[in-house]
Ligand binder design. Structure first.
Ligand SMILES: Cc1cc2nc3c(=O)[nH]c(=O)nc-3n(C[C@H](O)[C@H](O)[C@H](O)COP(=O)(O)O)c2cc1C
Length: 389
């Protein structure tokens, strides 16, 4: 069974991620993992921290001589800013005078709910763990999940649909999503270059006004065979697992699979993907379109899986919103800490990691195997069964 966790505070010494249950014999390409981490740090509208972070994955266990050995994988991501926080956020008691308090909770953050829940007098410890810095750890292990999926012919990438008031309405084919991956400079990771320029203007506006933006990304999982996930039990449905995985990311407030939202306002005849017989990647069956986003009844159906994440605007504002001081209870402006103003491309990359981890988990449940030889043999046998169906 594939299991994963992360640990670490935003300004602590390091983030750590654990990935347990991958078969032995998977080649781990360090450069690929680091490029995924780089991709999460890109995008127009990111804050100053991205310049000091430059993440790299330090693999501590579970990989030897470049391949997985079936043991749990632990990955460490050093926080390069730690030297500036060592005294204010020490593991030991330290000097209370150097403690950097978050004196007033920031609306839209976990600050107030977290302080109430854990009975903290202010929000420093809440911010440290609730921060989306944690998503870097997910991207590191998500990259290893992607390498596993690559060996089964599957790829997971994302693109940006909406930033602020600018939206791309046309369908973006896989080839265009794939070509975004090769870019060495990421603006808003949008496949439509005109729209991307307008998106940049939207970000410029909020940069000037001290405000922030949200948006929509779409993750596309390409070449996923039919049969991952099941309708047999509610918590094994692929759509439910993917929705939870993407929703678990910081600032994602809605998730849509395929044409999910528009479908609710349309007639059935305009929505459901009619079935033909003329051949597709895995079987003789074909579809007129893919409004289902590659999942029917909680099972992948062989079409591309398309899942969108809707992000609320970034909560930390340079022109802060109203709040209350934790100790005096007097009205004050919310605390400000260095912040991004728009993170839609980065959130898309983090969502790719979550989709990849989910698909890898479902693939291992279906195909099993303690070594890649065994897993790929089982996988190929299943593909043969589909071809002969
Ligand atoms: C990649 C990424 C980077 C983020 N960076 C920031 C940031 O710099 N400042 C901020 O206020 N929120 C940022 N967020 C969003 C917050 O982490 C998030 O809104 C907050 O923790 C509250 O959680 P919730 O929105 O899921 O309720 C970021 C989100 C993601 C996905």
């Amino acid at each position: 069974m594939l299991r994963y966790f992360t640990a670490g505070e935003s300004h602590g010494e390091a983030l750590v991620a654990f990935l347990s249950g991958l078969p032995a014999g998977l080649k781990v390409d360090q450069a690929f993992v680091d490029r995924e981490l780089w991709r999460r740090q890109q995008g127009y509208g990111r804050g100053g921290r991205m310049k000091i972070e430059r993440d790299t994955a330090h693999i501590l266990s579970g990989v030897r001589h470049g391949i997985t050995i079936g043991s749990p994988i632990a990955v460490q991501l050093e926080n390069r800013d730690w030297k500036n926080w060592e005294e204010s956020l020490p593991v030991g008691a330290g000097d209370a005078a150097r403690h950097k308090q978050v004196a007033s909770p920031r609306p839209g953050h976990a600050d107030l709910a977290g302080a109430l829940k854990y009975n903290f007098s202010e929000a420093r410890y809440v911010l440290e763990r609730a921060s989306a810095r944690e998503s870097a750890a997910r991207v590191a292990i998500g990259a290893i999940a992607k390498l596993f999926l690559h060996d089964l012919g599957m790829e997971v990438l994302s693109h940006v649909i909406t930033t602020g008031s600018v939206t791309v309405h046309d369908h973006v084919p896989w080839e265009k999503v794939r070509s975004l991956y090769d870019r060495d400079e990421v603006l808003l990771n949008c496949a439509d270059s005109d729209a991307e320029q307008h998106m940049k203007e939207e970000v410029d506006k909020v940069l000037k006004s001290g405000d922030s933006l949200g948006g929509v990304f779409e993750v596309v999982a390409h070449n996923v065979p039919p049969g991952l996930g099941t309708y047999a039990q509610w918590d094994e449905r692929l759509d439910a697992l993917l929705a939870a995985a993407v929703m678990s990311l910081q600032a994602v407030k809605a998730v849509e699979i395929g044409a999910g939202v528009a479908a609710a306002f349309s007639a059935g005849s305009a929505v459901h993907d009619e079935i033909g017989y003329g051949g597709s990647a895995f079987t003789g069956f074909s579809r007129a379109h893919n409004n289902a986003g590659g999942i029917e009844g909680g099972v992948s159906n062989g079409e591309e899986i398309r899942i969108r994440g809707y992000l609320k605007p970034i909560s930390t504002l340079r022109r802060p919103l109203q709040s209350v001081d934790f100790s005096s209870r007097q009205p004050v402006k919310a605390a400000y800490e260095r912040s991004d103003v728009c993170v839609v491309p980065a959130a898309g990359v983090a969502a790719e990691a979550m989709v990849a981890l989910t698909l890898a988990k479902c693939a291992l449940e279906k195909f099993g195997g303690d070594s890649m030889t065994e897993t790929t043999r089982n996988f190929k046998g299943y593909l043969e069964q589909l071809r002969k169906y």
